[in-house]
Design a protein around this ligand. Structure first.
Ligand code: ADP
Length: 297
């Protein structure tokens, strides 16, 4: 299986042990999933746009060091990447973002580039954040390319990753998410967020809403609670072994998606593929940051 992951990778400044020092890293939801897919041995390309400055060079190098293909990363002259900074107060992490001008917002400006990248992929992965950072016309361009790729046989996997602050208002977010659900093969929502913004009473309600919108397979994550799945002719749950010492839940959902998609790619039955997602994300919540280098795969 060849995966194309589409979205925004950002520069990350995280507190270093020496007070006042920060460590530079690179992360972003769809990139995190690509990075874990590569670690699991899946061939994965990342489609985004970066600038032509030094930090963009370092981001590309980090992608390549992680085994993620960069053939579909556009370089936009005079532009740069988005940045976020993590602040720690009493063990709680808070995030400040500078991403309004990031090159990734223009990742869908060239329809021919999208078509060429998608033609090489069996599975195309994106998130609600990918949709949120695009202007409405660029989002329409991306969706048209996804529809064409799907007609040619590609599987579309979508994590709604609801981030209301990236949208003008909640109604435009929920509308865009459900429009995407209608052209999704594999939906990977997290129940807690979905309950907040769609009022789902339980994970089964989340699964039903995505299935009715058109998703063939829905896998609903719910923190330490069981993962619920629903396909056209069956449904079920897979238990999660709760982690007692959670260190940092950043990228729990992103790494789950990677473990699950890698399991499917390697031909695992559905419950086994879900269990692989659970296994990987359980390791990730016990490490610090989005990309946990020490995760055994
Ligand atoms: P998101 O990061 O999208 O909010 P969730 O919090 O639902 O996603 O978590 C995604 C997956 O991470 C879960 O399905 C589960 O497999 C794993 N996970 C999250 N929290 C825990 C926990 N406390 N113990 C064990 N696994 C967890």
């Amino acid at each position: 299986m060849r995966v194309l992951s589409i979205g925004e990778c950002m520069a990350e400044l995280a507190p270093a042990p020496n007070p006042g020092d920060y460590r530079l890293g690179f992360a972003g939801d769809t990139f995190n999933t690509a990075w874990y897919l590569a670690r699991l041995g899946v061939a994965v390309e990342y489609l985004t746009a970066v600038g032509d400055d030094a930090i963009s060079d370092r981001m590309l190098a980090a992608m390549q060091a992680g085994g993620v293909g960069t053939a579909h990363v556009a370089r936009l002259p005079g532009s740069t990447v988005g940045l976020y900074l993590i602040t720690l107060a009493d063990g709680e992490r808070s995030f400040s973002y500078w991403r309004g001008q990031s090159a990734a917002r223009r990742l869908a400006d060239d329809p021919a580039r999208l078509t060429a990248a998608m033609a090489e992929a069996d599975t195309i992965y994106l998130s609600g954040i990918t949709l949120a950072i695009l202007a409405p016309d660029a989002r329409a361009t991306l969706i048209a390319a996804l529809d064409a790729a799907r007609r040619h046989g590609a599987t579309i996997a979508f994590d709604p990753n609801l981030r209301p602050r990236l949208w003008p208002d909640a109604a435009s977010m929920t509308q865009a998410i459900m429009e995407m659900a209608a052209r999704t093969d594999i939906a990977l929502p997290s129940h807690e967020d979905e309950a907040t913004w769609f009022g789902d009473a339980d994970p089964a309600a989340t699964a039903a809403r995505y299935a009715e919108a058109g998703a063939r397979l829905v896998v609903v994550k719910d923190g330490a609670n069981p993962v619920l799945w629903r396909s056209p002719d069956a449904d079920g749950t897979v238990p999660v072994a709760p982690v007692q010492d959670v260190v940092d839940t950043t990228a729990a959902g992103d790494s789950f998606n990677a473990g699950f998609l890698a399991g499917l790619a390697q031909g695992a039955p559905l419950p086994d593929a879900i269990a692989r997602g659970c296994h990987l994300s359980a390791q990730v919540v016990q490490g610090r940051g989005a990309l946990v280098e020490t995760v055994p795969v």
